[in-house]
Design a protein around this ligand. Sequence first.
Ligand code: GRG
Length: 313
Amino acid sequence: MFLKNRLSRKSVRKMNKFDLNSYLSSKRKQIDTALGIIIDNNSKDSTIRDAMKHSLMASGKRLRPILCVAAADAVGNHSNPTIRTACAIEMIHTYSLIHDDLPAMDNDTLRRGQPTCHIKFDEATAILAGDALLTLAFEILSSVNAADTDRGALNRLRVINTIARAAGCNGMIEGQMQDIAAEGKVLGLEDLKKMHRLKTGALIEASVISGTILGNGNRDQIEKLKNYARNIGLAFQITDDILNVEGDPDIMGKDVGTDQSRGKSTYPSILGMEKSKKFARKLVNDALKVLDYFDNKADPLRAIAHYIVVRNK
Ligand code: GRG
């Protein structure tokens, strides 16, 4: 798409041999398998389980869990707690999508290429499926592991705190409130950035930080990767706004043109399309610069930064 050949040459050279497509598809498979097992082992056969699985097991990109695993790999080696944490983050993300699609919020009928949860089931079931995914995520994150060392347990506590803060009233939920309040108003660029850092950026940042903690990253590595995540989080949202104008609904599995019809301020509506694309490229280049500090174990993070702005879904 619009960013090809326009990103930092140094970073492109550094990861020339990295095959992102195989990486993403193998990680998606691993995460999908783990998600299926987690749901089946932790809920009984019921309508609520069907509703949770309807939204969770649909074809999401699995960006946040993959970032969590890739961050752990960049600083050390990932392990079973990392996959379980990655799955918990995907459950929280899916809950936010189910609730965001409700008639009281965006009132969307299509998500991940299929009917939204409240259309397939009903509104009450969709609310409860979202609640159940959020709660199950924290059950998984906090479950005691017999193999836990003191350091492992402390790290997991830090991860739970990181994710709770990102998802809650000072993170994603506050971002969603600001988004709702801004409908029909024209926001300034700084307010738009602030809102998206909470609504979309906070969980992306928490995914990267959680992986870094679980990979036993040091303070310096956590700070650097937080900076990386902040840049790609905003680039992700700008691309989302661009795809809402230029994307193909069949590829994206959701409706496009919705931001304009809902009177939402977006990067294209404030900056114009070309400046928005340029801004996204700059953010990705800034993220890649941070990664110069890391060796080739960070290649997946480098490739994902590129992917975030060249994606078509
Ligand atoms: C309802 C608590 C609550 C929060 C909602 C995340 C969110 C806040 C709303 C989603 C609406 C939206 C379109 C946000 C823009 C960016 C975004 C999060 C897109 C969806 O994430 P993707 O593209 O989706 O990673 P998949 O389906 O691939 O996982």
